[in-house]
Write a protein that binds this ligand. Structure first.
Ligand SMILES: Cc1cc2nc3c(=O)[nH]c(=O)nc-3n(C[C@H](O)[C@H](O)[C@H](O)COP(=O)(O)O)c2cc1C
Length: 203
């Protein structure tokens, strides 16, 4: 290769290197604004602590606007404005608590969201707390997912195979750092996934 050819080749290679270096990776892509609604029911405070962890994780994602509400405080506009909804419940007799079920029932009875599938394609996630290691946490998360799926939402896991969870009975550590880490992981993953789908749907 003569000197001129060598310099041309080297120039092309370094230009390619510069292009590769500045090409944004997914993590560096411009932040997309996503609205994440975290909703929970809690009587003795365990699920509430997890809800704060979920919120913290979601807020760690650039562009995420996160609203935290108890089930009874949510109005239709909160749900309509959301891009993602993460619902938390205590395990009551191996399912979601009555308050959380009423919240979902209201999507049809009170908020008028179900008939026209107004929650369609929004992202959903679930978190739970239960007293015992194996007395219904996973089926409760699946019950929450099922209610979301009927509304044609897209389900995302994180923090655990089905979502975030904690065991809270007297012999357990309760809502410790490990449980909060799982909560933060779910919140972060839901916000990140929502940003990816929203960015992808832009025309
Ligand atoms: C009516 C009732 C039913 C419950 N059923 C279960 C159950 O089936 N499985 C379980 O692991 N814990 C069960 N628990 C325990 C709660 O799920 C647990 O204490 C939970 O962390 C409470 O959440 P909170 O502190 O956010 O109210 C039950 C508690 C109540 C009050």
């Amino acid at each position: 290769m003569n000197k001129r050819k060598f310099l041309e080749t080297a120039g092309a290679a370094s230009a390619a290197a510069v292009l590769l270096a500045v090409k944004p990776t997914q993590a560096q892509a411009p932040a997309v604004g996503v609205n994440v609604l975290v909703v929970y029911h809690s009587v003795t405070g365990n699920t509430e602590k997890m809800a704060h962890g979920i919120t913290e994780g979601a807020r760690s994602v650039a562009g995420a606007n996160v609203v935290l509400k108890r089930v009874g405080e949510v109005v239709a506009d909160d749900l309509l404005a959301s891009d993602a909804v993460i619902v938390g419940s205590p395990v009551y007799f191996a399912s979601m608590s009555g308050e959380v079920k009423t919240f979902f029932d209201n999507w049809s009875l009170k908020f008028g969201l179900f008939r026209e599938l107004k929650m369609r394609n929004k992202v959903g996630g679930a978190f739970v707390t239960g007293a015992a290691i194996s007395n219904g946490k996973e089926v409760t998360m699946q019950a929450i997912h099922a209610a979301m799926l009927v509304n044609q939402m897209s389900i995302v896991s994180g923090g655990g195979a089905f979502g975030a969870s904690a065991t809270t009975g007297p012999d357990s550590p309760g809502i410790d750092e490990k449980a909060l880490e799982s909560a933060r992981a779910l919140g972060k993953r839901v916000a990140e996934f929502t940003a990816v789908t929203k960015r992808g749907s832009r025309t």
